[in-house]
Design a protein around this ligand. Structure first.
Ligand SMILES: Nc1nc2c(c(=O)[nH]1)N[C@H]1C(S)=C(S)[C@@H](COP(=O)(O)O)O[C@H]1N2
Ligand SMILES: [Mo]
Length: 234
């Protein structure tokens, strides 16, 4: 994993809020006391503690990537998404709900990792993913302290829910690159989840909406609602 300056700087936030037309910095004078280049407002204490307990999963060298092993696995069909009008909605029990264009997202720090993708159907592939850490999106929206779960909705009707700790993991990404290239549509472009801590069916492709909640809904996930295990950790 690339550890370089992964926290969002104040300058990046200002650029982002200007682009998105959102009042990120207007939350009161206590919010921005940092100097340019320093990190943003700390997360709530529960989330800060979570970060301290999380260890990265060991990664593979670039040479270990298995370019042909990642099988396209879509329950229905690949949706059509116009990348120019695409907006990722991040909402729920948060202080700063946001909508981000792909340009906004690509201004955030890029993290790259080489990990193993494991499908419950009995195949696996070593894959490189590049994208923005969920942790960084989380520091933009500032979840309230009652948040315990996160929902991901996809353009093909797929839906998933995760425990907050796995979402906060330093290698849980909203990915837009795959094996060094822009993510292909079949693999989930413009944005998909990638993480070494969850089975393949948790790793939603074509994510359009991320919602922070305090309770699981009756519908927990496309496969989970048909009997698959909910936590699906690796
Ligand atoms: N939106 C959406 N995401 C999805 C799926 C899907 O059908 N729809 N399939 C899941 C499963 S079971 C796996 S193994 C991976 C496969 O990712 P890939 O098609 O990029 O190999 O996507 C996951 N994410
Ligand atoms: Mo899968």
């Amino acid at each position: 994993m690339t550890f370089q300056n992964h926290q969002i700087s104040r300058r990046q936030l200002i650029q982002l809020s200007a682009l998105s037309g959102i009042g990120l910095l207007l939350n009161g004078c206590n919010v921005i006391s940092a100097q340019v280049g320093e990190t943003f407002e700390p997360l709530n204490q529960k989330l800060q503690e979570l970060i301290l307990t999380q260890k990265p999963v060991a990664e593979f060298p670039i040479s270990a990537i298995e370019p042909k092993q990642l099988i396209i696995n879509t329950y229905d069909r690949t949706p059509e998404i116009d990348a120019n009008i695409f907006r990722l909605i991040v909402d729920g029990n948060v202080n700063n709900p946001i909508q981000l264009s792909l340009t906004d997202i690509q201004k955030l720090p890029l993290t790259s990792m080489v990990i193993r993708h494991v499908c419950v159907e009995g195949w696996a592939a070593i894959v490189q993913w590049g994208g923005v850490r969920m942790q960084d999106l989380i520091s933009l929206v500032q979840p309230k302290s009652n948040v315990r779960y996160v929902y991901f909705e996809s353009a093909d009707g797929y839906y998933e829910s995760w425990d907050l700790a796995s979402v906060m993991h330093p290698q849980t990404l909203m990915a837009y690159q795959h094996n060094g290239k822009p993510l292909s549509i079949d693999n989930g472009a413009p944005l998909r989840l990638a993480s070494p801590v969850k089975l393949g069916y948790k790793l939603s492709k074509w994510v359009t909406k991320i919602t922070f909640v305090d309770q699981l809904r009756p519908k927990q996930g496309y496969w989970e609602d048909q009997g698959y295990e909910w936590f699906a950790g690796l």
